[in-house]
Design a protein around this ligand. Sequence first.
Ligand SMILES: [Zn+2]
Ligand SMILES: [Zn+2]
Length: 412
Amino acid sequence: MRPARARGSARRRGSCPPERHGCLRRCTTARLPLHDRPPPSPRSPVTSSQIIVLATPLFLAAIAFEWALGAARGRNTYRLADAFASIGAGALSQTSGVLVRAFTVGVYALAYEHLALWRLPGDAWWVWLAALLGYDLCYYAYHRAGHRVAVLWAAHAVHHQSEDYNLSTALRQTSSGFVFGWVFYLPLALLGVPPPVFGAVALVDLLYQFWVHTQQIGRLGWFDRWFCAPSNHRVHHAVNERYVDRNYGGILIVWDRLFGTFVEEDDAEPCVYGTRTPLASWNPLWANLQVYRELARDAWHARSWADKLRLWWMPPGWRPVDLAASQPRPAFDIARLVRYDPPLPRRAAWAAALLFAAMLAASAALLWNAQRWSGTAAAAGVLAIAALLWAIASVSARRTGAAAPSERLGTR
Ligand SMILES: [Zn+2]
Ligand SMILES: [Zn+2]
């Protein structure tokens, strides 16, 4: 451990150690706003956004392989529009994340700078291992809260709204998780995990979870008891009474076994995927707003101010007594679930595919060059990507053609 006193020397030299600002590159101008920094030198390590760009062809190749394997086995788990919507939600999450990175990186770096009890050495292997374990435990707490606190569920629900379960579902990530997510990782800053180590283990934890989103891999024996794996994560995405709100672990499923939230997949009860209040849309923008709108509407109509504030922090589905009486919602009934599946004519599929390719290219350009672009240019890029996502959703489903099962179904 490095005492907090040692940090002064770097300041006096007029440069700063990279861990001070949470950037992955060596940084001598970190006080400048994002758009004023010079372009990275050719030998600079890549940013986390660039790692996502580099990983994207691998994600898409794995998705294509899983689709082909499913087709060959007669168990295809893909629908084109659903996969576009899930990958689109991931693109929106990553690109909008560029706009708030100063906040997400800055909060952790600030906490590390001012609150760390000590400084752990960023070049010791045991620090990386302990940081990964610590991060995974914080992730468990964050993820569990994300299912049990309404306003956190509003952000996390995006990951669960797909009624399919395949590798594209893994990329379906929220764009608003940054608002409260940082709170759950503060313990790592307090314990002196350097920001670059924190950033790296966060990426490892996220990337690990990609492969578990598949129905093509069955049980894995002892592995399922220790690690998050396809079988126990399928359970996590299911709305069945037996499975709902279980198996929160990111890399280790041990946390669920320790804290009593583990349930094993039962072949006698197949998983039904999605959320209890179906999204009934292919639009990633609406996916990010659905639960917030429900909460805002309830807050507006609730009579007492205490309830108007309380409902954001209660478990999802909780409603004030007066509201439950005046605007009742039917209890969730899995037998009445209607899967959102509007017809997708061939011409519409081709149009959606072309728009999707443009959206992917724009996202890759933004993520790769984010460090060089001004904040205004990045914001304009995110708006253009949002417009493309809206267009993809619009051509993938006729506005009046699809049923809206969410109006008839449960409270979550
Ligand atoms: Zn979840
Ligand atoms: Zn998942």
